[in-house]
Design a protein around this ligand. Structure first.
Ligand SMILES: [Zn+2]
Ligand SMILES: [Zn+2]
Length: 282
């Protein structure tokens, strides 16, 4: 039996292998991590020794997949050329790092058009995707993630992703990440089964379900349509436990990894993974 593989976004301290250690301690089967300091440009390089150590530890622990999350500064829709170019360079070097660490993919938010409009943003992002994949000709996938739709952020409707995929020519190494908190905040009412099914149908129409390669499984502090990007522990937010039970048993999510993006710090922290696993029906 396949089923979802659960994990957390974990911290990295000094050597990359610390991410695997933190993941194991939190009960992860999959992990997500930053490639470096998420608030600073520049991707720290991986030495051969660091890479070997990481690969051995991840295989020993059975952690699969490993996902890298782009740094906060990346803005593929940036009207400013320097920011746009730095964003492409950052994504490309993160893809390179992903290959070194045997990671499956780099996941990234699209960015903000800063008042230039959605059409401008979509075209700019498609160009960024093309340049990024050209400058990092490895194996790791680039996954574009849904956003809650605050301010001028692009990526709050599946239609916008569909446009990006189409303009970029739907390259093989481009995939999609569904964040449950973000789509709910963006206005898709996935707290009820019919709403989740409708969202998947729309996803399939504009992007294609085969492009869905990762789920960020977060509950939401904000209401549906609030545009608030505020994650909550599973079952404690406005999406609710019943909805997560429906999602973890949904055939469309089978074989995917589900990453929880909340700190898991020690035994006092809620066991989101254990809770999600308990919802899975054989
Ligand atoms: Zn996310
Ligand atoms: Zn978020």
């Amino acid at each position: 039996m396949g089923g979802l593989r659960f994990g957390y976004h974990v911290k990295v301290k000094e050597r990359p292998v610390s991410a695997v250690e933190n993941g194991v301690a939190a009960g992860c089967e999959a992990i997500q991590m930053f490639p470096g300091n998420p608030k600073h440009w520049g991707t720290p390089q991986v030495t051969d020794e660091d890479a070997d150590e990481f690969l051995a530890a991840k295989d020993d622990a059975g952690i699969d997949p490993v996902i890298l999350h782009s740094i906060y500064l990346v803005n593929m829709a940036a009207p400013s050329d320097p920011i746009f170019n730095r964003s492409v360079a950052s994504l490309a070097s993160t893809l390179g790092k992903a290959d070194r660490l045997g990671a499956f993919a780099v996941v990234t938010h699209l960015g903000n058009h800063r008042g230039e409009g959605d059409e401008f943003g979509v075209n700019r992002i498609a160009r960024a995707v093309t340049s990024t994949l050209e400058s990092a000709p490895g194996e790791a996938m680039l996954l574009l993630e849904t956003t809650a739709g605050a301010g001028t952020s692009v990526g709050h409707s599946f239609e916008q992703f569909g446009a990006v995929f189409e303009i970029a020519g739907a390259p093989d190494r481009l995939g999609f990440c569904l964040d449950t908190c973000h789509v709910f905040a963006a206005g898709y009412d996935i707290s009820i089964p019919a709403g989740f099914d409708a969202a998947l149908e729309e996803l399939d129409r504009f992007i294609g379900l085969e492009r869905l390669m990762l789920v960020h499984m977060n509950d939401s502090k904000g209401e549906c349509g609030s545009h608030l990007d505020r994650h909550e522990h599973i079952g404690r937010g406005k999406i609710g436990l019943g909805a997560f039970r429906y999602m973890v048993n949904h055939p469309s999510l089978e074989e995917l990894a589900a990453i929880i993006e909340l700190p898991h710090e020690g035994p006092d922290s809620p066991d989101d993974i254990g809770l999600l696993r308990s919802l899975v029906e054989d």
